[in-house]
Design a protein around this ligand. Sequence first.
Ligand code: AMP
Ligand code: MG
Length: 315
Amino acid sequence: MKKIRYVLIALMIGCLIFCFWLISNKNNKYEKQEFIMDTTCSITLYGKECEAAGNAIFDEIRRIDSLMNMHDEKSEISRINRAKANEKIKVSNDTYYVLKTALEICRESDGAFDITIAPVTSLWDFKSGKAEIPSEESIKNALLCVGYYNIVLDGNNTVYKLKDESCIDLGAAAKGYAGDKALEVAKKYSLTGGIIDLGGNILCFGENPTGDNGKWKVGIQTPFKQTGTYEKIIEIDNKTVVTSGTYQRYFEKSGKIYHHIIDPETGYPSRQKYNSVTIVADSSLKADCLATAIFVMGEKGKNLAKKYNGDVYIE
Ligand code: AMP
Ligand code: MG
């Protein structure tokens, strides 16, 4: 009788330990999606502090968006866009650093990447979902305002423009920076690994508990196929994978596709023959700028990626 009682007690303790293990394991994974920066941000984290880390990461992405979103009139970028020529605008370290890095790639790409493309992207208006082909005249006029060399970084976090009409669009760079900052936040917490996906800007760190040997694998989306259909799968270790693709934002008119990556020379969607450019590199900000730049530059852009130690995949 006594023996049965011991067995029952042992079973109950066993059950309790199992339940505790189940609950604590469940709490060791965080998975959440939110629509920020005009894209779906998906975050998966593993480790003891995953919940707190996830919340802090989403706060950080929202903070970067509020500084750099040209459609938010309170953002620092909007303040620069509203300013008159030579009016000095003081910005945060974040905005200054992104402008400095992005302007470097504007120069290096000979203007194929140009953060002052805003007057043209506003005409195309891919964001509204009601985009139309703008008139030739309006594109010609908007192009007169484009030129990254009209943005001057004056040291001490101060920015000014040489032309009243110059306007900045960081749509091709800010998500990359938000990814780098999200990773920085993740590293402050006790985590074993995770994946941060800001709509085509992907960063992985630590171990993948569901992958072979704990490695992370990232698929390169097959353009125009259902999300999750992959052209190629790359194994990455503490790197970022950033894709610029026609299929991410476009509309069709008379059987022709008009996508959101604009050639600053013509004011029309870049006419390369491929549908996506993926960069694998250390910095997500630089990879973001490079993916857009190389989309416009074509083959000759591959040398630019090399300069930044980035691997290029063109589909
Ligand atoms: P991404 O998806 O990173 O290639 O960025 C595309 C977004 O960047 C567009 O939706 C525009 O807001 C902006 N953009 C388009 N063309 C260019 C360009 N040539 N240089 C810089 N930004 C651009
Ligand atoms: Mg980009």
